[in-house]
Design a protein around this ligand. Structure first.
Ligand code: SF4
Length: 330
């Protein structure tokens, strides 16, 4: 069927004087119902900006171009008021300030009731309660607990309730941006497990933004690898992990000593300045396979036999003149 989210040629940049910082520079991404797409890459590659852009949560200084179509509506062309309504209704964000939405003076059930009354005004009281009960049950929380207050739940349970509050509206897309503190990593893994279990019954698409490749392998269906504002490889998680098609993906996987570590280990060199990225393939200054053609020409996307979409000349060698296939001198 139609994807729930379709991003086309998305560009997001900052700064009008001097060279703009192109944090996202021509990204295509599709997320279907019941699918988890993981977005990975080093810090500063643009993945958080991309997640925020898809949610319509960019700061006013950011300029955008392209399309972010959610359930047939292009978010980039919505007036601010309708975008806010759509965000409350169809788009969910987990992990960011997760506790702020639970009011200690309100019973858990009243949180659901208030949310559904606002966003689903036509539902009867009984129907609102049924939907709350359904989603909590799916998470292993009995209906009787709707009468309790937030402090009567453990931290982990409160996290579940927060997620239930995101999912009860049956959003088109849930974005899970990585928690910022190391302590949250265990909670992150638990929550992603719950989301992975529930995603087909809720029928939403999920975008998972993380450093943790172990979590990606465990929870995601597809993975998109971002480098310098672009997606350099995208494909089925298992296929990409077993047969990375892009040299950057290969380095990223290799540099992660263990799949359970939370930080990516060092790839030689550093990510480029997004105000002045290298010409041609942006990875060429760090690429062990760089050829003469690489700094001169952008490879563009190509589909591999393994079903990946990859931006690398190695997969278009038949189009490269023999002299241009020579290794790039240092
Ligand atoms: Fe390396 Fe060239 Fe492929 Fe870029 S296009 S990743 S520099 S081989």
């Amino acid at each position: 069927g139609e994807p729930r989210v379709r991003v086309r040629d998305l560009r997001i940049w900052y700064g009008t004087s001097g060279a703009p910082v192109r944090a996202v520079d021509g990204v295509d991404l599709t997320i279907h119902a019941g699918q988890i797409v993981a977005l990975v890459g080093e810090s500063g590659c643009g993945k958080t900006t991309l997640g925020r852009g898809i949610l319509g949560l960019l700061p006013p200084a950011a300029a955008t171009d392209g399309e972010v179509v959610v359930d047939g509506t292009d978010l980039l062309r919505l007036p601010a008021r309708r975008l806010r309504a759509m965000r409350g209704d169809k788009l969910g964000l987990v992990f960011q300030e997760p506790m702020t939405r639970l009011d200690p003076l309100m019973r858990v059930g009243d949180h659901f009731d208030e949310l559904l009354r606002t966003h689903r005004p036509r539902l009867s009281r009984a129907e609102r309660e049924r939907q709350a009960v359904d989603i909590l049950r799916a998470m292993g929380i009995p209906a009787s607990r709707l009468r309790q207050y937030p402090h009567e739940f453990s931290g982990g349970m409160r996290q579940r309730i927060m997620i239930a509050l995101t999912l009860v509206l049956r959003p088109a897309l849930v974005v899970a941006d990585e928690p910022t503190t190391a302590l949250d990593v265990l909670v992150e893994a638990q929550i992603l497990k719950i989301l992975a279990e529930l995603r087909s019954s809720v029928d939403c698409g999920m975008l998972l933004i993380t450093h943790n490749l172990g979590i990606v392998l465990e929870a995601a269906d597809r993975v998109a690898v971002m480098y310098a504002g672009r997606i350099v490889e995208e494909g089925d998680v298992r296929q990409v992990f077993a047969h990375p098609a892009h040299p950057y993906t290969r380095e990223l996987l290799r540099s992660t000593i263990s799949l359970t570590t939370t930080e990516l280990h060092h790839i030689p060199g550093s990510p480029p300045d997004l105000a002045d990225p290298p010409p041609g393939c942006r990875f060429h200054p760090r690429c062990p396979d760089a050829m003469r053609i690489c700094p001169n020409s952008d490879p563009g996307d190509v589909d591999t036999a393994g079903g990946q979409r990859v931006a690398c000349w190695l997969h278009r060698l038949d189009e490269v003149a023999p002299a241009d296939r020579e290794p790039l001198p240092d």
